[in-house]
Design a protein around this ligand. Structure first.
Ligand code: ASP
Length: 358
């Protein structure tokens, strides 16, 4: 009798976490083996009159290359986490984007990188803020997630962890590009003029409606139905005092939860932090999915749009990408443009820049 009881107890202990996990991933479940991937390369004052045809083509080619890198991982049955890391690394290595090489400059003339990643299956997450020597900051965020007991590391400590993890290190000057240096010089001229008039130290319009684009991010759903999201950025031109934006803040710039969605954001970070944009979208979506009988794909887009509108009402601006476990991928942004792209196992693949493109 005792033996039988023990055997039943052992079975309960062994099976319980599995069935609990299965129940969790049932809501909502993926019907068949499919995958999807969505990426952004920043939102902002992007319009046809500001971008040459050559630059337009260059950006589209790079967005396509990044999509292809992530899609290859997903097609071969790889994980969502591997896919978004592969996608983001392509954009970090390209000087056109404000992440990794080509990051914007701080007030002091250095480059200071922020990154984050989240796994929607476990809701494990990792992030690094204000780092200066890791060539691909998304790898550092991943190392924090997988190899530390912490979620967010910063500054010299994060750099030290990165070295201990054996990640590729570069001199801080690796990230610098002439066009970003010119942007800093322009910013300083404008900032000094504002200060002379008694204005705020950091140009208000940059905090709100006219900051520069280039942050990168990706969200993927793999053929196990697991979601991962990640974001990488140099932050804002001329940032001071160790300023950290939303990108390395789990819940603001990045969030992933298998029950609802994955989100990566770009825009005026202070406002994304105040609204908790990425988490807010996922939470509203989870509750709507679980409780609304009329739930449809339109509901997802409406929720994303309404959170972006709420952030805009506070004075901010920007955009997000999202992917859901039921195979929906999309964007929401209130800027003239957003570098973006999506691909899925259904065979669709597209990249876009301007607001009026599909
Ligand atoms: N969100 C980033 C930050 O505030 C900037 C951006 O997305 O362009 O640091």
């Amino acid at each position: 009798m005792t033996q039988l009881f023990k055997a039943i107890a052992i079975m309960i202990i062994v099976l319980a976490p599995t069935s609990w996990a299965a129940a969790q991933s049932d809501a909502p479940a993926q019907a068949e083996k499919t995958w999807s991937l969505v990426l952004h390369g920043g939102a902002g004052t992007i319009s046809r009159d500001r971008i040459t045809q050559e630059k337009d083509a260059e950006i589209r080619a790079k967005l396509t290359e990044a999509l292809d890198a992530g899609s290859a991982v997903l097609k071969s049955g790889g994980s969502a986490t591997d896919a978004i890391v592969a996608t983001i690394m392509v954009l970090e290595d390209d000087p056109n984007f404000n992440a990794g090489k080509g990051a914007v400059f701080t007030w002091e003339g250095t480059n200071s990188l922020d990154s984050s990643i989240m796994d929607g299956a476990t809701r494990n997450a990792g992030a690094a803020a204000g780092t200066s020597t890791t060539k691909n900051p998304i790898l550092l965020a991943r190392a924090v997630m997988e190899n530390s007991r912490h979620v967010l590391l910063s500054g010299e400590g994060a750099d030290q962890f990165s070295r201990e993890q054996g990640l590729e290190q570069v001199d801080n000057s690796y990230f610098a590009t002439p066009s970003r240096r010119e942007a800093l010089e322009r910013f300083k001229l404008r900032q000094n003029a504002i200060s002379a008039l008694g204005g705020d130290q950091l140009a208000q319009d940059q905090l709100g409606r006219d900051w520069r684009f280039g942050t990168v991010g990706a969200v993927a759903v793999d053929n196990e139905g697991n979601i991962a999201a990640g974001t990488s950025t140099g932050g804002l031109t001329g940032k001071q005092w160790g300023r950290i934006g939303d990108s390395p803040i789990i819940g603001a710039g990045t969030y992933a939860d298998n029950r609802s969605c994955g989100v990566s954001a770009t825009g005026a970070g202070e406002y994304f932090i105040r609204v908790g944009v990425a988490h807010e979208i996922c939470t509203r979506l989870r509750i709507a999915y679980e409780t609304r009988p009329d739930f449809s794909e339109t509901t997802t887009q409406d929720i994303a749009d309404s959170v972006i509108a709420e952030m805009g009402d506070l004075g901010g601006s920007g955009g997000i990408i999202y992917a859901t476990p039921w195979g929906q991928i999309g964007y929401s942004f209130d800027t003239p443009g957003m570098y973006r792209g999506m691909a899925s196992s259904k065979g669709d693949k597209s990249v876009a820049i301007y607001g009026d493109e599909e």
